[in-house]
Design a protein around this ligand. Structure first.
Ligand SMILES: [Zn+2]
Length: 390
């Protein structure tokens, strides 16, 4: 009998193909090498792309959270993203959008579910000075940092039934993709929200950044349509997910009551599966290209010090001498025991492979080409289905 899988969102049971895209390395969401625990599939019923949730996956995810080192390569500082105002923290970019586009009252109570060391809460506190803030997290290791945030009142555990009621806004920033049965969690959180409360969800977008598929502790890999589908299924009135707030991410606002946005486009299994296959083939090709350059270079480095660089490193651990990062908070530190250089510290004879999504590669390569070293980048992602042979 062939093995089967059960969709962790819609509970549909379906046969699992022998390969199911297990062979590539995986990374943890805090940028460490991870076990290859999960098959990567599209549910034939609801079309949610997902890592198949098994007991092995649960154990590996649990281990990853226990050892979690948030933003370690930048000393705990949140990652910077490109915005109209230059490099800014991701949370600052998000709260600016929330302030401009969504009517949050002058005061209220926010719960940041999965608050980490408080990056989102800190940015929210600055933008919305009349709000009282609470967080929920699996442990209390960041309590002191959270308590330094203005109007931060309480840190809860992540058992949703134990949370108090009466929130005017609930946020999940890079949390929903970790949760088994995400709609169930969102429905439970809705039970803690006031009428017309706002829900905000931020997740990675694998369609524009295939490296996000390689994060082993992510149970769901969302597109704009499947994110809206999952949030709507929980009873929140979801607006369409925005793909232009933060590069390579999806931002979704929903309300507890009232009208949401138009219904999401129906997801087509064949096109979702073909896009997934193209993305996985692109990753495999990028790895081969990087390995080839690394094998020929005496002074080889990887651009970045986060997910993509950690993933590529596993294909050539003995060849990598350094990482390169434009974020000043990361430069001068180490990642996986190797130095993180700024672009202008790269030696003239060095070869650097740039593992970034094709969407942001041209502008980045233009910046890097003006400095020392030779930079190489992967090509375009093939149109869905074209690269299905790999
Ligand atoms: Zn499903």
């Amino acid at each position: 009998m062939s093995p089967s899988a059960t969709c962790h969102f819609c509970r549909h049971e379906f046969p699992l193909e022998a390969d199911s895209r297990r062979s590539l390395p995986r990374v943890t969401s805090d940028c460490r090498p991870a076990a290859r625990t999960g098959a990567l599939v599209v549910c034939p019923s609801c079309c949610l792309t997902q890592t198949v949730v098994t007991d092995d996956w649960r154990r590996a995810a649990h281990q990853a959270y226990r050892d979690y080192a948030i933003y370690e390569a930048s000393g705990g500082a949140e990652q910077k993203v490109a915005s109209a105002a230059g490099l800014q923290s991701r949370s600052k970019v998000i709260v600016d959008h929330l302030a401009q586009r969504h009517a949050l009252g002058p005061s209220g109570r926010l719960l940041d579910f999965g608050c980490g060391n408080g990056g989102f809460l800190r940015a929210f506190a600055e933008q919305f000075p009349g709000w009282h803030l609470e967080g929920a997290e699996t442990d209390r290791r960041h309590l002191a940092a959270l308590q330094s945030i203005p109007r931060f009142e309480r840190l809860h555990g992540v058992e949703i039934t134990a949370l108090p009621c009466g929130y005017d806004a609930i946020s999940l920033v890079h949390v929903l993709e970790h949760l088994e049965n995400p709609a169930k969690a969102l429905a439970a959180l809705r039970g803690k929200a006031n009428e017309n409360a706002m829900l905000f969800v931020e997740v990675p977008a694998w369609r524009s950044n295939p490296f996000a598929l390689m994060i082993g502790d992510h149970a769901s890999h969302f597109t704009a349509a499947t994110l809206q589908m999952v949030v709507s299924a929980s009873g929140w009135k979801a607006h369409a997910a925005c793909e232009d707030w933060v590069p390579k991410e999806l931002s979704l606002v929903a309300a507890n009551g009232g009208d949401g946005g138009p219904s999401p486009d129906r997801v087509d299994y064949r096109s979702e599966n073909a896009a997934l296959q193209s993305a996985v083939c692109w990753l495999a090709d990028a790895m081969v290209l990087a390995q080839d350059i690394a094998a020929r270079s005496a002074n080889f480095g990887l651009f970045g010090s986060a997910i993509a660089a950690t993933w590529l490193y596993q294909g050539m651990p003995d060849r990598v001498r350094f990482f390169v990062d434009e974020d000043p908070a990361r430069a001068g530190r180490t990642h996986l025991g190797l130095p993180i250089l700024t672009p202008d510290q790269v030696a003239a004879d060095a070869e650097v492979f740039v593992g970034v999504s094709p969407a942001i590669a041209p502008a980045l390569m233009e910046r890097l080409s003006s400095g020392p070293g030779r930079y190489h980048v992967a090509g375009e992602i093939a149109a869905s289905g074209v690269a299905a042979a790999c």
